[in-house]
Every structure is written in C-alpha cells, then in structure tokens.
Design a protein around this ligand. Structure first.
Ligand code: ATP
Length: 216
C-alpha cells in the first residue's frame, strides 16, 4: 500500500483517485474547489481544500510523508508548474505531473517533476494503433521502440506450436500469454504451447517487428 498526495480533482484527477481507491492505496486529495473535494470524499482517506501554489498550505500537508505526489492539474499550467516545483522544494520523494504538450513536459521535468504523464497523447497513440487494425485488441507502449500488442492468433498459426512456428527466430517477437474470451488462458508459454482458435496472444517486440510479423 502506498501513501499518495493527489492535487487537482478535475476529470483526470477524479479517475486517478477512484482507481487508487480500488487498489486500496491511502490517498490525500487536494483541490481549491470545495465542491470537487466533497465529491471525492467517499474515495479517499482524507481531503483538503486549498491552493497548492500557496507554500504555507502545501507545507501543512506534510509532503515528505507521501510515497508519491501526483499533480493532476491540467489546463492551468502555471499552477501545475508552481505546484511541482514547491512539492520538490518541500522534500517530496517523487513528483508525477500531468502534461498536455511536449513543452509542458519539458518544463515540468526541469522544475521539480520526476516523471510526467501525458494522458491526451498516450490515449491518442493507443486509439490510433488499436483502431487502425481489426486484429489488435490492446496495446501497451514500452518506451519509444517496444510494445506489447494483443493480437488475434492468425488463421494459419492455429493448431501449431510455438516451436513449430519458430516465432522468436523467424519473426523476432516473443509470445507472452494467450487469452480466450477476454481472459488469460495460458501465461506460461513453452515451445510446446499450441495456439488455439478464437484466441488472442500478447506479443512483445519492436513496433517494426510486430507490424511486419502480423502485416499490421
Ligand atoms: P480535467 O481536464 O482533469 O477535467 P479541468 O479541465 O476541469 O481538469 P484543470 O484546470 O485542469 O481543470 O484543473 C484540474 C483541477 O485542479 C480542478 O479541479 C482545479 O480546481 C484544480 N486546481 C487548479 N489549480 C489548482 C491549485 N493551484 N490548487 C488546487 N487545485 C487546483
């Protein structure tokens, strides 16, 4: 269980809070808008109304005691930047800030943020990849070059073993798991694993190799 300070309770911050609640983490939520703070109360351990660009207010939160501080302020970049910077100055262990543009990410990383999340861009990339092929059900980017794709088992692979297909040597990708009806059916893959019909595979590789292998 982690202790998390979450600042900014717009749509994005609210989703973060609800997921953290589901995962049983201890969250203190902060927003300057009383209504937003009241709405989040069922999902968080504690909450405070206040301006995170106010140094005294921020210091009163005991920033050092949190494992992670998440700055989920979006539109008001000035506030987001000041908050990230003040958090770091106050001794925050890890500051994660939300960016909407490359330039914002750059400034945040230079001014207190240890890591940046970029929801619009990340979801835009996912949407483009997911819906530009009928065969892809999911996609997780791992850095710039590598990704895990969830892909339908091609018809001509059904009933064959991983060893027969010689997937790694011939296609330079690794099959990590097999899913059927949306659930994991096999998570230990060996050369003897036989690929079933009507199933999907989680495939790890460079974007280029996966695209080449599955003609996507
Ligand atoms: P979202 O895109 O997540 O829906 P939004 O567009 O509604 O957000 P933003 O300006 O991105 O609004 O701000 C997100 C939240 O952060 C808002 O609830 C806002 O009240 C809060 N916020 C903005 N600046 C501060 C600040 N300095 N201190 C505390 N809360 C702030």
């Amino acid at each position: 269980m982690k202790t998390i300070l979450l600042i900014g309770l717009g749509r994005f911050g609210r989703h973060v809070a609800m997921k953290l609640h589901e995962l049983n983490h201890q969250v203190m939520a902060v927003d300057q808008d009383e209504e937003k703070v009241n709405r989040i109360l069922p999902y968080v351990t504690s909450a405070q109304i206040g301006d995170s660009t106010n140094e005294e207010f921020l210091a009163s939160l005991g920033v050092r005691n949190f494992d992670v501080c998440i700055v989920a302020i979006g539109d008001n970049f000035q506030s987001s930047l000041e908050t990230a910077s003040l958090l770091k100055e106050a001794g925050a262990k890890k500051v994660v800030a939300r960016a909407a543009r490359d330039i914002q990410a750059k400034f945040l990383l230079r001014n207190g943020a240890d890591e940046v999340v970029y929801p619009e861009r990340q979801i835009a990339v996912w949407t483009a990849i997911r819906y530009s092929s009928d065969n892809i059900s999911d996609y997780i980017a791992l850095g710039d070059d590598h990704a895990i794709f969830e892909i339908q088992v091609p018809d001509n692979w059904v009933g064959k073993t991983i060893g027969q297909l010689d997937v790694r040597k011939r296609h330079h990708v690794s099959i990590l798991a097999i899913k059927q009806n949306g659930h994991f059916a096999m998570t230990v893959i060996t050369p003897e694993t036989c690929l079933p019909a009507n199933s999907t595979m989680l495939v790890l590789g460079t974007n280029q190799n996966v695209q080449k292998c599955f003609h996507i």
